[in-house]
Design a protein around this ligand. Structure first.
Ligand code: AMP
Length: 223
């Protein structure tokens, strides 16, 4: 199963990405997490991107594309499935990610759109700010991230719709309900996909997925 996610910050990409990864036994490639890890370890890359993250700006395309290429090569060796979380964020990234995936023979099967309105994601991100202290979960930076989402990221949704791989889910509901709908939709698509030896997912049973939701209160989703 090869999935990429398009969603505003706070809609639940992190939570649902982890759920999909656990269900299908595939790597969860989260660009924001990878970048935050570099910042925390104070690598050269981390020092170079820290200001972008703190301001809620997008880091240069080439930085994330290089990271994603590396992660996809590893995913290929691990069986070929993946769930991409946080990329693409603009049309150039969508085209470049498609090229990389095509070269590797790993084009996405599904573009999963988590649909949530601004008021709801702002509410969730401010609640998360109190718990996780992410440097970009302040009212001002959240506003900037949402502007970029509407300007640059949301327009890509139509591109995936035209390619016939868009699945849109109402993400304004509790995380477990959203997760159940996502897994059900992905399982329904499975027979239509050509995956060779990759193992398939298990029946949709969220009770066995405590870990994916373990750190998450009902109704709360991380971004
Ligand atoms: P996220 O965890 O997906 O909300 O990403 C956190 C931050 O990481 C974003 O606000 C950007 O600064 C940066 N980032 C993550 N993914 C990308 C991407 N694909 N392109 C550019 N910047 C990104």
């Amino acid at each position: 199963m090869r999935v990429l996610m398009i969603a505003p910050p706070g809609a639940g990409k992190g939570t649902q990405g982890a759920l999909i990864a656990a269900h299908f036994g595939i790597p969860h490639i989260a660009t924001g997490e990878l970048l935050r890890d570099h910042v925390a370890r104070r690598t050269d890359l981390g020092l170079a991107v820290q200001e972008y993250l703190d301001r809620g700006e997008l880091v240069p395309d080439q930085v994330v594309l290089d990271m994603v290429r590396e992660a996809l090569v590893a995913a290929k060796a691990a069986g070929g499935g993946y769930v991409l979380d946080g990329i693409p964020r603009n049309m150039q990234q969508a085209r470049a990610a498609y090229q990389i995936a095509r070269e590797l023979g790993m084009i996405a099967d599904v573009a999963l759109h988590l649909d949530a309105d601004d008021a709801e994601v702002i509410r969730r991100l401010l609640a998360r700010a109190a718990l996780e202290h992410r440097s970009d979960d302040t009212a001002e930076v959240i506003a900037q991230r949402l502007v970029l989402y509407h300007q640059l990221t949301a327009p890509i949704i139509g591109w995936y719709r035209d390619r016939g791989i868009l699945v849109s889910v109402d993400a304004m509901r509790p995380a477990q309900e959203v997760g159940r709908d996502i897994l059900t939709a992905l399982e329904e698509m499975w027979p239509l996909l050509d995956h060779g030896p990759e193992p398939r997912g298990r029946p949709v049973d969220l009770t066995t997925l405590g870990e994916a939701f373990g750190a998450t209160e009902p109704g709360r989703a991380s971004g």
